[in-house]
Write a protein that binds this ligand. Structure first.
Ligand SMILES: Nc1ncnc2c1ncn2[C@@H]1O[C@H](COP(=O)(O)OP(=O)(O)OP(=O)(O)O)[C@@H](O)[C@H]1O
Ligand SMILES: [Mg+2]
Length: 818
């Protein structure tokens, strides 16, 4: 057995312990002890040059030395393990060629949570804060205000009063800074003045928004994590993150706790292009146009204008425009930075993130409706953006948090690994929870009208079935199922099936397009389309499509007709993921004389808000809003519509959820009806099942940027995808293990009684999330019945039943529904 260090004695003697390389000699059940130590390379010098802090872990005869970034810097097995047993504070030992001095004992709890790594590592701000807060603090007024200017200062602020009455009923008063904060931020010893939110705003605030404003205020004022001024407001969609920010900006721009001096002068709001005008509108809605001067950047209003004028205090700019005007933006001193839909900053390497990181502004807020904790790397990027360095370097974060957490989630993890991973996750949540706030939709449910959600399984038309069979018999599909051909041919097959489900004419157009194409891709696609044209009538013209050819289109038409008839003043949002499908839906609107408006990827950004406002206005004559979910999903308010029809389905549940929450939100006056149309027995059902199956959610990366190209399929899965179930009323119901035969209305418990929990990587410390996709077991709790069911209480469903094989329905806020 080799020894790493030959035994020798040094005067004043740290004891050398002989170490063996072999770890297996470790005693399995021996107690683990942890010590904080200083370490340096072994030398005989009297005055040591200590290299740094480290954590020593001793288990029986074996030990590991880790630096504060969590990296192993020494490990081995001790020969004289009695020495290890007796370690105490002040001891010096030689281990693994290093000399260590024991500074103290670390409790297993501090090790398991990872707290012991924080004191020298990235989270110093937090630990020094908690330590400082615990210490008895001398009043900064006493110590600092002895200067000769003290009296002048106090005189100057003698009649410093809060801007609004803090004692008025219902007033919303911000927390006063504690001594520690004053020490850092009130060096001039200004008297403390209450910061009170403008009663004009408070009047409108929901309780969760009041709390949200206090949270944001405390974060940006450095009151939650000492010296750090960042926050992430991750409230679910539609909870009014905009109003909370507007209230904060207005408050900080006029008031401050130190002598009443305003905290900020200029604010930068960066947002997706389609929401620039939405921000403008919200400012006007809540503050009118006089109180605060905002400057939305668009084609006619360039950043220079803002730079030159002292008049404006808030610059609203799109992410794209920000990159183009970065130099100008950098020359302006912003005191507050708000990144709306800030989930896009989850990648620290992308230009937008580096550009925003380069701004010197310390008070940074990310707004996002998407949960931030499902991917630990993305989580780090967001945290590091708002509070740079707070979790240490990326490499130490990986060692201390990410690795143990991921290891603990693997099926092969030992009890010890599971325990460590859980504790590290809990600690990470606890640290970051100081400046992340997420509330779920439930907090506003009671202010919203009922929501009636329906999943409608539409019978495919005869032509659709024939074409579907033929596609499944094609060479291309057979090759896919044998795992042959590279270049993702399955995506082409899936695409063709999805088009067919929407309408056969879409497939026809693709076939015709490819007929003349000579690329390799084209060849592949041709094998898929072989012989298909013969199935269509000889004189088939896709522009003259008939409505009976698509099961979903027939259902859609009947739905539109019944809505028009029974609710003549209500409007419909009609959503598809595809521009070509929207073209067909638009044509249908024309044919039937339905007035419509449309927003898709081609709609110029500056026109979007106009279109949205037009539709939401009570004077609008548009009956239908045609929306491309990918283009217009995020952030839009379409409360003018109270019926939302999802014509097709996306692999990513987040895209569909985004679209659905455009109408069921604050300001909606009518009960909301949501219809998700799926073609029975086809790939659409499979995609839906994939959306709701537990297995798919275990990774739970619910993210708008993930598309079907990122999804890997096994041959087994492809076989399932490429099967048509012609005899089933509803394959999804067949999979539910439900005893009913669909001939009577079956109802489980209401969905609201069923808390839904998302498997996020940080473990079970999150609250359930109401806007997450359903799971199979939750779907089983929905009312469900076949299309042949006798008494349908819902007049809308009654009208479409002829073309429908099965329904699922769930009602939220039931009291006044339908
Ligand atoms: N207290 C309130 N009273 C009435 N309406 C409100 C209130 N708060 C917000 N709203 C309205 O609710 C709608 C949704 O708000 P907002 O757009 O800020 O949501 P959000 O949290 O940003 O959602 P998303 O994540 O989808 O962007 C807006 O029309 C807004 O004016
Ligand atoms: Mg928003």
């Amino acid at each position: 057995m080799a020894t790493l260090d030959p035994p020798h004695t040094v005067h004043a003697a740290p004891k050398e312990i002989t170490v063996f390389k072999r770890q297996e000699e470790e005693e399995p059940h021996s107690l683990v002890k942890y010590f904080s130590v200083l370490w340096c390379k072994a030398s005989k010098k009297k005055h040591k040059k200590w290299e740094g802090d480290a954590v020593l872990i001793v288990k029986g005869k074996s030990f590991t030395l880790k630096d504060l970034e969590g990296k192993d810097i020494g490990r081995g097995v001790a020969y004289k393990f009695k020495e290890l047993e007796k370690i105490e504070e002040g001891h010096r030992l030689m281990i693994g060629g290093k000399e260590v001095e024991v500074m103290g004992i670390i409790s297993p709890d501090d090790f398991n949570s990872g707290r012991c790594f924080q004191c020298g590592g990235g989270s110093s701000a937090i630990s020094s804060f908690t330590q400082a807060a615990k210490k008895c603090f001398s009043n900064p007024f006493k110590s600092v205000c002895k200067s000769s200017s003290k009296e002048n200062r106090l005189n100057g602020f003698q009649d410093c009063r809060p801007r609004h009455d803090p004692y008025a009923p219902n007033s919303l008063v911000m927390s006063r800074p504690n001594n520690n904060c004053q020490w850092t931020f009130n060096k001039n010893c200004f008297p403390i003045v209450d910061v009170v939110i403008d009663p004009h705003l408070v009047y409108h605030l929901r309780p969760h928004q009041r709390e949200g404003i206090i949270f944001l205020y405390e974060c940006v004022m450095g009151m939650r994590v000492n010296g750090r001024c960042g926050a992430i407001l991750a409230d679910e969609m539609g909870l009014g993150k905009t109003l909370q920010c507007i209230s904060l900006i207005w408050t900080l721009q006029c008031q401050g706790p130190y002598g009443g001096k305003p905290v900020i002068k200029k604010t930068l709001i960066v947002t997706p292009g389609s929401l620039v005008n939405n921000w403008k509108k919200e400012f006007q809605k809540w503050l009118g146009s006089e109180r605060i001067k905002i400057f939305p950047v668009d084609q006619d209003h360039k950043v220079e204008e803002f730079t030159k004028s002292p008049f404006y205090s808030v610059l609203i700019i799109s992410y794209e425009m920000l990159l183009r005007s970065l130099d100008q933006i950098k020359s302006i001193k912003f005191d507050l930075l708000i990144c709306d839909e800030g989930h896009r900053l989850k990648n620290s390497a992308i230009k937008t993130t580096t550009a925003l990181m380069s701004l010197s502004c310390e008070k940074r807020i990310i707004l996002t409706g998407t949960p931030v904790q499902n991917d630990l790397q993305e989580f780090f990027a967001l945290i590091d953006f708002v509070n740079p360095g707070i979790l240490g370097s990326l490499s130490s974060y990986r060692k201390i948090y990410e690795e143990p957490i991921i290891i603990s989630r693997q099926p092969s993890a030992s009890e010890e690994e599971k325990d460590l991973g859980e504790k590290r996750a809990a600690e990470l949540t606890c640290l970051t929870g100081l400046f992340i706030l997420r509330r779920t939709q439930e907090v506003i449910n009671k202010y919203l009208p009922p929501k009636i959600e329906n999943v409608v399984f539409c019978r495919p038309g005869a032509l659709q079935i024939e074409l579907y069979r033929k596609l499944l018999n094609s060479q291309a599909v057979k090759f896919c199922l044998r795992g042959l051909l590279g270049n993702s041919p399955h995506l082409i097959c899936i695409g063709a099936l999805k088009k067919l489900c929407n309408h056969p004419c879409l497939l026809f157009s693709s076939i015709k397009e490819k007929e003349y194409s000579s690329t390799w891709d084209g060849n592949e696609e041709r094998t898929l389309y072989e012989g298909l044209v013969d199935v269509f009538p000889a004189d088939y013209n896709p522009l003259m499509f008939t409505e009976e050819e698509s099961g979903k289109l027939q259902v859609l038409l009947k739905l539109l007709a019944v809505i028009h008839e029974l609710r003549p003043t209500e409007k419909v949002v009609l959503v598809s993921n595809y521009t070509q499908t929207l073209n067909i839906l638009q044509e249908v609107c024309k044919r039937h004389g339905y007035t419509y408006t449309r927003l898709d990827g081609q709609t110029p950004v500056f026109e979007r808000q106009k279109i949205v406002d037009g539709f939401n206005s009570k004077y609008s004559s548009d009956f239908i809003f045609l929306l491309s979910s990918k283009a217009g999903g995020v952030g839009l308010n379409l409360i003018g519509g109270s019926h939302l029809i999802l014509y097709d389905i996306d692999w990513n549940p987040a895209t569909d959820i985004q679209a659905m929450s455009r109408v069921w939100r604050d300001g909606q006056k009518h009960p909301v009806h949501i219809y998700r149309l799926l073609t029975t027995g086809t790939i659409e059902e499979k995609i839906y099942q994939r959306q709701i199956s537990k297995q798919d959610l275990s990774g739970a990366v619910v993210d708008l940027t993930k598309t079907s190209e990122h999804i890997q399929f096994s041959v087994e899965e492809l076989k399932n995808l490429f099967t048509l179930h012609e005899s089933s009323h509803c394959v999804t119901h067949d999979l539910l293990d439900c005893e009913c035969t669909g001939d009577k209305e079956v109802t489980g418990d209401s969905l609201e009684k069923f808390p839904i929990s998302r498997n996020c990587q940080l473990g079970p410390h999150q609250k359930p999330n109401s806007l997450k996709p359903l799971s199979m077991s939750q779907l089983k709790q929905w009312k469900h019945f076949s299309g042949d069911h006798l008494n349908l209480a819902d007049p809308f469903l009654e009208r479409i039943r002829e073309n429908v094989s099965f329904f699922f329905q769930n009602i939220t806020n039931q009291s006044t529904a339908i």
